[in-house]
Every structure is written in structure tokens, then in C-alpha cells.
Design a protein around this ligand. Sequence first.
Ligand code: KG4
Ligand code: ZN
Length: 326
Amino acid sequence: MLKYTLGIESTCDETGCGIVRFGREVLASEIASQIEVHRRYGGVVPELSARLHIDWLFPLVEQALEKAQLTLGEIELVAAAYGPGLVGALHVGLQFAKGLALGLGRPFIGVNHVAAHLYTPWMQREVPPLPAIGVVVSGAHTALLLMSSLDHYTLLGQTQDDAVGEAFDKVARLLGLPYPGGPHVEELAKEGDPLRYRFKAGKMAGRPLDFSYSGLKTAVLYQLKESCSRADVAASFQQAALLPIVEKASAAAHQFHAKSIVVGGGVSHNKMLRSLFASHCKVPVYFPPPGLSLDNGAMIAGLGAYLFSKRGGDRLDLSATPRIPL
Ligand code: KG4
Ligand code: ZN
């Protein structure tokens, strides 16, 4: 495994630059969030996102090198997320990383952003045993995968409409809370009763490991038209959104004889999700280490280093890929 890998993240509204030692130890993870800019539009504006990545990449690389106490010449591999994400945003980070690798005379590797989220539980001292059930819970994805190795997955189930993070963001908007809504809904839910309203996430006939969130969001919309407690709505929604993830991951672990469950993506930051996993699952559950739940460059560097050790780097004509099937 190479010693120092620099990773660039620019799939959506965070610019990230991370430096990782031997693919697992985070030496720096610098993140510039564009949230304040996008907030006034209620969501991410793709064109603005791409332009802001351009502004932030150079300073973040410098900050990361300073934090890691390294010079550019010591970086042995440059990794970047090549998808999935917003095409303009992806291009900025990807082409920047290729230019950097070329200038340094070092190899380049493209990394799947979703796979990098799932790699984060391995970036800490205690590593999850395989095979594992991978749980992706982010703003764009909700999926269960059977991981036989760190780079070999089989898709078991996924959302048929909204992603769970997207449902949090939409419900936050209905509740008059700022974007991105997940942390605000979680905060409001602390004061509420999760059993007050009988919300339920959707079920798919014959597809027990799939998810559906659009009906849940509509149920919240109708409840809010009546007189109700906002905190109870937030708490009941949160429970209804998160419990199926935990129950399905647990059922999948049993069915496929998994030795662990690993959770990645922005929603893994949610404390209620963590405590539901703790109380429902028989196998050990691993979460991202602190600071690696939300989008960041360290996870790109980490998985990049791992993949490079298995199969070498990518050619410089690797293109940004907005959609990558799981
Ligand atoms: O993984 P991520 O940073 O970006 C994507 O790859 O999509 O996830 C962002 C999502 C947003 O939808 C945000 O509302 C949600 O993660 N999120 C949360 C929490 N923190 C972030 N959802 C619920 N509870 C949280 N504490
Ligand atoms: Zn993400």
C-alpha cells in the first residue's frame, strides 16, 4: 500500500481534500462547504457548485498539506471522485486531480463516491469483518449491498424513489427548517414523541430489501396541514424513516450470514440511527470514524489507495460519470 495518497472530492456541494497514510490513517481532511450559498435557493445549484469547487481546490490542497506536514512532492498517488454526482462539479475535481498527478509525475486513480462512503468504516483501528452488509444512507442513495470484499459488492436492495437523506431534506423544508435538513430534523426530533404519529415508509411487494420514501413525505405534508406538534412530527418521521433501514440491514445480515454491518453516507451521522442499530442488530455494526460521515476527500484518498494496491491506477481519459449503477 502506498504511503501518502491525496484525495479530491467534488461530487456535489462540498469541496474536499484529504491526505491518507497507507490507505487508512487520516492525516488531513479539509472540507469547504458551499451550503450557505445554496441555502438561499433551497437546494444545490449545479452551476454555482462547479464554480465554487474551482475557487476552493487550490487553498484546500495547501491547507491539507500543511495539516499533514507534507510537501506536494511527497504525495505518491492522486485520487478523485469520478462519479456519481453533478457533472460540472465532478469535472472540476477530476480534471484538477489529473493535472496534479501529471504535474507531479505520479499515478492517478478515479474513485466511486458511493463506494468511498462504504469504505470509511475501515478507516479506523478496529476493522469490520467480511462478508459485510453495506448500508449506504446519503442524500442521493439508500441501498443495501452484500460486500464480499472491499471492492466487490452485490446489490440487495435500494430505494425506488427518494433517498433517505433527500426525505430528511424535503421534510425539513415542510417544517420550515434550513437546508440540508437532516441535522435540523434530528435536533427538533429530540423534543418530540416518535410514537405520536403513525407514519410508515413504503413497502415494495416481493422486494423486502427495497425502500420507498415518497409516501412518507406526503404523509408528513398532510399531517402538517392539521394542527399538530412539529417536534412530534419530526420525531415520528425520523423513526419511520430510519427503522426500516435497521430492520432490513439486520434481516439481510441474517439471511446472508454476514459477520458485520457497515454504514456509510451523510445520514450515518444521525444518533438515532446509531442507537437503533445498536438495539436491533445481533452482528457488530461499524460506522464512519468522526468527520468521515459527510462528503470528504479523505475517503476518496483511502479507497483510492486500496484500489491502487489491487489493480493500479487509471488512464487520464477517465471521464466524469454522473450516474453509476450500484
Ligand atoms: O453523504 P452526503 O454528505 O452526501 C451525499 O452523498 O448525498 O449526505 C448528505 C445527506 C443530506 O441529505 C443530509 O440532510 C443528510 O445527509 N444528513 C442527515 C444528518 N446529517 C446529514 N440526515 C439525518 N440526520 C443527520 N444528522
Ligand atoms: Zn456523499
